[in-house]
Design a binder for this molecule. Structure first.
Ligand SMILES: C[S@@+](CC[C@H](N)C(=O)[O-])C[C@H]1O[C@@H](n2cnc3c(N)ncnc32)[C@H](O)[C@@H]1O
Length: 228
């Protein structure tokens, strides 16, 4: 674990204190609707549909969506998980009303050592496109989150895929630039591969493409439903 954490990671380098300061106005409120073609309200709705009050959030960024989605209980159990300490500190401060727990973890390693038992929902919002490699390689994250889950746990999130990139000139400019800067790595990501990765592990799998954002959800099966 320590060896992994000491490696420099392109996937977290954008989230400096300054980066987090401009993230909501620039990325969430401008680039997402104008370039990705996905309004932030759509992602807030995605959270509302799937989040529970026993929730683990991996790749928290600024906590924009967690701040807006609302929970069924005023006292949810909320675990914030990220490899970037700036993101954990920023989001924990923003969501202090929920008294979240924070965990410095790499999603490319198994998510062991979190106290308190499994969660009823686990979100991977906007993190898969940050990870290096193709989707079959990145899909190991779905195996790594297994210690956080039990049968019935909802898995959900969203990730930028390349399927819709050729459709808009702004995307044809911005995606290659962000890939070259290695802030994202999604040139080989396709929504069909995402669906295949989810279906190989979970039940009730859904992938919906909105602009070039693939919104996904799935449920951890019981042993019996895996055998069917
Ligand atoms: C694009 S932001 C997404 C933020 C937020 N979930 C959203 O939807 O706006 C990606 C987040 O993933 C985190 N991250 C990137 N690579 C990671 C890794 N290997 N393990 C854990 N977190 C990682 C970054 O630090 C950042 O908080």
């Amino acid at each position: 674990m320590l060896a992994t954490l000491s490696l420099p990671r392109h996937s977290i380098k954008a989230y400096t204190k300054l980066g987090l300061h401009v993230y909501d106005p620039l990325i969430v409120n401008l680039v997402a609707p104008r370039v990705w073609g996905c309004d932030p309200e759509v992602l807030v709705e995605h959270y509302r549909r799937h989040v529970t009050f026993n929730h683990a959030d991996i790749g928290v960024g600024t906590g924009f969506f967690l701040d807006r989605c609302g929970f069924e209980s005023p006292n949810p159990r909320l675990a914030l998980i990220d490899l970037q300490p700036n993101c954990l500190a920023h989001t924990a401060r923003r969501l202090s009303r929920y008294r979240p727990s924070t965990y410095l973890r790499d999603v490319l390693d198994p998510m062991t050592g979190l106290p308190g038992g499994p969660f009823d929902s686990v979100a991977l919002g906007g993190i898969i496109h940050c990870l290096a490699g193709d989707l079959p390689f990145k899909s190991r994250v779905f195996d790594n989150i297994r210690p956080l889950t039990r049968p019935g746990t909802k898995i959900f999130g969203y990730t930028l895929v390349y399927d819709g990139v050729p459709l808009r000139i702004s995307r044809r400019l911005v995606h290659p630039l962000l890939n070259r800067l290695r802030v994202i790595d999604n040139t080989n990501d396709r929504s069909s591969d995402l669906h295949a990765a989810l279906s190989a592990r979970f039940i009730d799998c859904n992938v919906e493409l909105i602009g070039c954002m693939a919104l996904f959800s799935a449920v951890v099966p019981t042993a019996a439903s895996t055998r069917q």
